[in-house]
Design a protein around this ligand. Structure first.
Ligand code: ZN
Length: 421
């Protein structure tokens, strides 16, 4: 209704600098009424639209769905209330003059209206503020309209973001404070950090920029396997790192295979390719639903094992190995973009998928690639087939995630999303 333009269509200042002519109190009241109604209706319209991907999917007039939606909207209103910084105690000043206000009503953190008293001398007693009550307007100018649209967009993004969480009120806090998802973790895991404002996070000597997405600002923080258990302070938040034991695995391989690992030149050349592929990540989350396990195979090596090959310490196994017959189709764990699909020396036919914000999934030892570097993939798309290429003793999928180039526990992702950690 704001676009239908009764108040905004008139020339600016008409009511204040009217020259001659006859006062039109009825018309003024109509205009004031229309301005107020258009504002309120536009906000109510937003409240009741309920187009939440997370809760309205497949809904009909079903009672359970309606309850869920009502609970969701109630949660959103609480979040909005937490963001409310509209100061109703400020004097209402218009045209340099302080007027008495019969009522000041915020409708969001920034937008609100005031009803001026009869003694204000204003034709249009209904005023609007788009900056939390600092300044007041008696017409919907282009700037006011733009501010209303920006606020509507902020709330729309808030709705979208809220749909990502199990309990949005616990996560979508206003201000620069950090929310850690989760705030209890293990060495080798990864956490997601959310703030209501842009900024940076210092963690283990590195600086991570919070990137905007929906109504918040985010980064992943890898918790390297070497992290000592204990309590850590990250910004204004506390993180508990628990103790975790990693088992040891002994592998016996042929002398020929073992010698592969000594070709440091080829390994270094591959690493350059991988580093290059992982140096660019989408500046937003490319997924909005739970990750799936790429194959259903038997877990043959869990994440984080310390691995000895032919009796000598080799590496830590920063991935999971899923044993499956040669040729088993491999599904993309979630939506993303193929950052690299190539034959590498140790991991054989290998795929890296960028899921945005510095998160990559990796699929190694494939017998066949079904995607190319640069392809966009959807969760569940077949991207390749299980094989035993590269440094591998039998058909299996070597699968992991990297966050900001640090390998992290893949088990955290299956059947959920970082928003629900
Ligand atoms: Zn492996």
């Amino acid at each position: 209704m704001i676009g239908s333009g009764v108040p905004s269509a008139r020339a600016p200042n008409t009511h204040r600098h009217r020259e001659g002519g006859i006062r039109e109190p009825v018309r003024a009241r109509e205009r004031a009424g229309c301005l107020r109604d258009s504002l309120l209706f536009s906000w109510l319209h937003m409240e009741n639209r309920g187009t939440c991907a997370g809760t309205a999917a497949g809904s009909g007039a079903d009672g359970a769905d309606a309850d869920e939606r009502a609970a969701f909207l109630a949660a959103l209103r609480k979040i909005e209330a937490a963001y409310l910084n509209f100061d109703t105690s400020r004097p209402v000043v218009i045209g340099g003059k302080t007027v008495t206000a019969k009522r000041v009503q915020p409708v969001s953190g920034r937008i609100g209206w005031a009803l001026a008293g009869e003694d204000s001398g204003l034709d249009l007693p209904l005023l609007i503020s788009v900056d939390g009550g600092l300044t007041w307007h008696d017409a919907i100018t282009a700037d006011v309209r733009a501010a209303i649209e920006a606020e509507k967009e902020r709330r729309r993004l808030g709705e979208e973001e809220a749909a990502l969480y199990a309990d949005p009120r616990k996560v979508m806090k206003p201000g620069p404070g950090l929310v850690l998802l989760p705030n209890v973790t293990n060495p080798g895991d990864v956490i997601l950090v959310r703030s209501g404002e842009p900024g940076e996070v210092e963690w283990q000597g590195k600086t991570y920029a919070l990137k905007p997405c929906k109504a918040g600002y985010f980064t992943y923080l890898p918790i390297p396997r070497s992290t000592k258990p204990g309590d850590y302070t990250i910004g204004d938040a506390q993180l508990a790192v628990l103790e975790k034991k990693f088992d040891t695995q002994h592998l016996t391989v042929s002398e020929e295979m073992e010698s592969m690992r000594r070709n440091t030149e080829r390994i270094a050349a591959d690493q350059k390719k991988i580093d290059e592929a992982r140096s660019h990540s989408a500046e937003t989350f490319l997924f909005d639903s739970a990750f799936l396990k790429p194959i259903g195979g038997r877990l043959s090596t869990p994440y984080g094992y310390t691995r000895y090959i032919n009796g000598k310490f080799a590496s830590t196994h920063n991935a999971i190995d899923l044993a499956a017959p040669e040729g088993t189709p491999i599904a993309a764990a979630n939506d993303g973009v193929v950052a690299l699909a190539d034959e590498l020396y140790l991991t054989g036919l290998t795929i890296y998928i960028d899921h945005g914000m510095g998160l990559f999934s990796q699929y190694a030892h494939l017998s066949e690639l079904r995607v190319s570097t640069g392809d966009t993939v959807k969760k569940g798309d077949v991207i390749g087939l299980v094989g035993s290429t590269g440094f591998s003793t039998g058909p299996h999928l070597h699968f992991t995630f990297c966050a900001h180039n640090t390998p992290v526990n893949p088990d955290l992702f299956f059947g959920t999303t970082p928003f629900r950690w």
